[in-house]
Design a protein around this ligand. Structure first.
Ligand SMILES: C[S@@+](CC[C@H](N)C(=O)[O-])C[C@H]1O[C@@H](n2cnc3c(N)ncnc32)[C@H](O)[C@@H]1O
Length: 240
């Protein structure tokens, strides 16, 4: 997969170890890939600005990176996860996307004697166009395999759901519907709560997790990651 939309920014500024908070057990996500997938999904919705939801947010790396680097494309941001510790960490990271949040983080890092690279990263993020009108952000607990749990969320204005599915040894699926492939259950649940025209993106390194799924509107591979995009309500979809 080429980067058609994520070019020319300092993606490392929005990655782990610079500005955003990380923690053991939270694998993170490459910010450039987050922006590229977000832009591809946004274009599939046909909208200038969208509401972005990460229903398996972990530390919130995806929505935080997009809100740090492309705030002008966002109407709102929602992060949810079944793990309350993830929700707490994601909320802390999403608080960084406002000018106040970034300025506080700068003070905190300066007080700790952080190196100049980290402070310069914050200064660049403060200068990103649209920073002053940062989107509303929310972080809440919800099970993406439980449509009832999702239906209780405020999903008003959500057009893109970008999901980094569990993989490897650091994260695991938790599902209320054992026996069925969890990625398929999650996709069904998202289709039930999002409107036609919304786009669901599933990303995983575990190709087998995607096999039980219906054909996608778009499929890509990036490094060891398999990516499927579903525009909801589309009758005709590409086979892989
Ligand atoms: C690969 S991690 C996401 C990492 C994230 N992109 C980041 O930047 O930190 C997958 C996440 O899925 C969550 N998860 C597992 N089962 C879930 C479920 N049924 N509903 C919601 N989240 C779930 C895990 O708690 C984990 O945080």
């Amino acid at each position: 997969m080429r980067f058609d939309h994520a070019n020319g920014e300092r993606y490392e500024d929005a990655g782990g170890g610079r500005v955003i908070h990380s923690a053991p057990g939270f694998p993170g996500f490459p910010p450039r890939l987050a922006v590229e997938l977000f832009e591809r999904a946004r274009l599939l919705t046909g909208r200038e600005r969208v509401g972005l939801w990460d229903p398996m947010c972990g530390a919130g790396g995806i929505p935080t990176a997009v809100a740090l680097l492309r705030p002008e494309r966002l109407q709102r941001v929602l992060a949810s996860d079944v793990d309350p510790a993830a929700v707490t960490l994601a909320a802390k990271n999403l608080a960084l996307v406002t000018p106040t949040g970034l300025a506080e983080r700068r003070r905190e890092l300066a007080d700790r004697g952080a190196d100049d690279d980290r402070l310069a990263a914050i200064d660049r993020l403060l200068d990103v166009p649209g920073r002053s009108s940062a989107p509303r952000t929310d972080a809440v607990e919800a099970d993406v395999t439980d449509a009832g749990s999702l239906a209780r969320l405020d999903l008003d204005g959500i057009h893109v759901a970008l999901c980094d599915l569990p993989y490897g040894t650091q994260t695991a699926w938790s599902t209320s519907t054992p026996g069925r492939a969890p990625a398929a259950v999650a996709l069904d649940a998202l289709e039930r709560v999002l409107p036609p025209g919304a786009v669901v993106v599933l990303v995983t390194t575990e190709r087998d997790d995607l096999r039980p799924l219906q054909n996608a509107t778009r499929s890509f591979k990036h490094g060891h990651r398999h990516i499927r995009m579903y525009r909801l309500g589309d009758a005709a979809r590409d086979a892989d």
